[in-house]
Design a protein around this ligand. Structure first.
Ligand code: ADP
Ligand code: MG
Length: 348
């Protein structure tokens, strides 16, 4: 790394899953209903996300990949109630700083079936926007040779292609489950990978479904539903208004109701696997990994079933002013101000 920006960028995106997450969330924010992740050589060569969302307007071409350019926040107060995935304007600029180059094609659909090819430099500056291409409404973002300025991290990705792919697929499965734990956004996802130099393309489809159960059935087979029961908990927690507190204005505590909805495998069954590859946690529909809460689930479960971990899909519906999304650069570790009380509530 040669600049401060590269160092902070390295915290926004640390691996393949992190890169894909940022791109997919941009596509979701753009209202896409069809999102495809296309990798070459497990993402080492190219990570590409194709969507049918809103596209990028010509007046925004030059700024989208600049640091802290976001179209998603109107004013600072909005931070306490964000409901889009992105709001920091860091992902694209970080990906530019972390890779050899970032290219896009995009179209707002205004002039039918025509779009433009964009190319960005490492500093996020727009290098080229002259080339017209055939393009339906939507955006394709391609990240070429990720981590090129970070030889150690790049080696890490090259050496562990399989592991990194699996981590990324777990995230995509989580996205395929999201719309079903909340309102049905009806997004179809697909992931493909073209092996290095090879013609063979592996493809996985995560179809659009209408309920959580049908999503589980589509992902892991109808039989997997037999052992699952609905998860529907509700409890009171004491929370603080995080954003206000940080600004030194207020630290008032209030009672809030948290609901947990989803599916869990019956105590007698487990999911027949160890580890956490069949556990999906969300906070207000955002995939995340709430460490303590996940541990509480697993601990409670262990007292009934010593040998297996549960299958879990759990969406924590928490008033937005009591979960601070702004703490971790990758937003995956969402800090729950009430995590401790949640854990206690789950144990009873
Ligand atoms: P953020 O998502 O926090 O706003 P990003 O760096 O991820 O920041 O993206 C910067 C901006 O680029 C977004 O605010 C959005 O306007 C635009 N953008 C990025 N990806 C897409 C996409 N797939 N479709 C439409 N617009 C996009
Ligand atoms: Mg974003």
């Amino acid at each position: 790394p040669t600049s401060i920006h590269q160092i902070t960028s390295g915290q926004v995106v640390v691996d393949l899953q992190g890169a894909v997450k940022e791109l997919v969330e941009n596509s979701l924010d753009a209202g896409a209903t069809n999102i495809e992740v296309r990798l070459k050589d497990g993402g080492v060569e190219v990570i590409e996300v194709v969507d049918n969302g809103s596209g990028i307007a010509p007046e925004d071409y030059s700024s989208v990949a600049l640091k802290h350019t976001t179209s998603k926040l109107e004013k600072f107060e909005d931070l306490s109630t964000v409901d889009t995935f992105g709001f920091r304007g860091e992902a694209l600029s970080s990906l530019c700083a972390l890779s050899e180059k970032v290219t896009m094609t995009t179209s707002t659909g205004a002039r039918s079936s025509m779009g433009v090819a964009l190319e960005f430099g490492m500093d996020g500056q727009l290098m080229n926007s002259d080339k017209k291409v055939a393009r339906q409404r939507g955006t394709t973002v391609s990240v070429h040779n990720i981590f090129k300025p970070y030889p150690v991290r790049r080696k890490e990705l090259e050496k562990n292609v399989k592991r990194e792919l699996n981590k990324m697929l777990h995230l995509m499965e989580a996205y395929a489950l999201v719309p079903c734990t909340r309102e049905n956004r009806g997004v179809r996802f697909a992931v493909s990978n073209q092996a290095h130099g090879g013609k063979k393309v592996e493809q996985i489809n995560l179809p659009r479904t209408t309920s959580l159960r049908s999503a589980v059935s589509a992902l892991w087979g109808r039989k997997s539903l037999d052992n699952l029961i609905d998860l529907d908990l509700e409890f009171e927690v004491e929370t603080e208004r995080a954003v206000l507190r940080r600004r030194g204005k207020d630290s008032s505590k209030s009672k809030n109701t948290v609901r947990v909805r989803g599916l869990i495998s019956k105590f007698s069954v487990g999911c027949g696997r160890s580890g956490t590859d069949r556990q999906f946690y969300f906070v207000n529909g955002r995939p995340c990994s709430p460490g303590k809460v996940a541990k509480a689930f697993n601990d409670v479960y262990k007292t009934f079933n010593m040998t297996q971990s549960p299958f879990i899909v759990a969406d924590f519906l928490i008033p937005t002013d009591s979960c601070d999304i702004n703490v971790s650069p990758d937003k995956r570790t969402i800090l729950l101000h009430s995590e401790g009380s949640l854990v206690e509530a789950l144990k009873v």
